[in-house]
Design a protein around this ligand. Structure first.
Ligand SMILES: [Zn+2]
Ligand SMILES: [Zn+2]
Length: 248
């Protein structure tokens, strides 16, 4: 294995791992997401280059709503002003078709055309794209360090693992980063971690369901009060890249 391809993000990865949550990559993605929201509502909205990108690509529904909830009226108003104008420009033809539609095949086609144009307009998200770039570096760091740093490998082994989606990211990239042999070792190692943590959470959520039965009313929760929420975090993840732009 040669020199690392990326600069290793050792410190943030260690910090997140030590928080001992259900997915430390979701935790890192939360930071990246907050950073993205602050960036697009901050002074960058005045930067012409950023404005062009925002008008062209915009954000997925999750991140547009985060921008909306951030209570920064001026920044979002500037974004909305030109993004809406660009959207209307792109949808103009589809609107005109619908204004002049005719019953039958033309109507069906015009309705379909609007659907396609809207999908095209909303494809890709700048915050997801920023998050994806960071995710790639973190995933690389985790795989690389697991193969070169025994302390890190041990910490991973004793961790709660990651959500299923970030587990998928790790195993998809293992062979690319480490080559066939070490890649296989990493995949087996991490799959064991993931399965034992899925077992743990399955037991917890089962106990929570039992706890609601009258005969268990007086028994202790054993730390399972939030098992339902932790199960969701484990299966679906809390902070994920949804719709990145393929190439920017
Ligand atoms: Zn996750
Ligand atoms: Zn997004």
């Amino acid at each position: 294995m040669g020199k690392p391809k990326y600069k290793l993000e050792t410190i943030p990865v260690w910090d997140a791992l030590e928080k001992d949550c259900e997915c430390f990559l979701c935790d890192l993605m939360k930071e990246a997401e907050t950073h993205g929201v602050d960036f697009y509502l901050g002074s960058s909205v005045m930067n012409p280059e950023t404005r062009v990108k925002v008008n062209e690509h915009g954000f997925c529904s999750h991140h547009f709503n985060m921008l909306s909830e951030a209570q920064k009226a001026q920044g979002l108003a500037l974004i909305c002003d030109t993004y809406l104008a660009e959207s209307r420009n792109k949808l103009n033809k589809a609107f005109n078709n619908l204004l002049n539609t005719k019953a039958g095949r033309k109507c069906n086609n015009d309705v379909k055309f609007f659907n396609l144009e809207l999908q095209k307009r909303e494809k890709g998200c700048l915050i997801c794209t920023q998050m994806k770039k960071r995710l790639d570096r973190y995933v690389y760091t985790i795989i690389y360090m697991c193969n070169t740093d025994d302390d890190f490998k041990n910490a991973l082994k004793n961790s709660k693992g990651v959500c299923l989606h970030h587990y998928n990211e790790l195993i998809q990239n293992a062979v690319d980063v480490l080559g066939a042999k070490d890649g296989e070792k990493f995949i087996k190692f991490f799959t064991e971690i993931e399965i034992s943590n899925l077992d743990r959470i399955a037991e917890d959520v089962l106990w929570l369901t039992q706890k609601y039965k009258s005969e268990n009313h007086d028994k202790p929760f054993n730390g399972c009060e939030d098992a339902h929420k932790r199960t969701v975090s484990k299966m679906i993840g809390k902070h994920r890249v949804i719709d990145p732009i393929d190439k920017l």
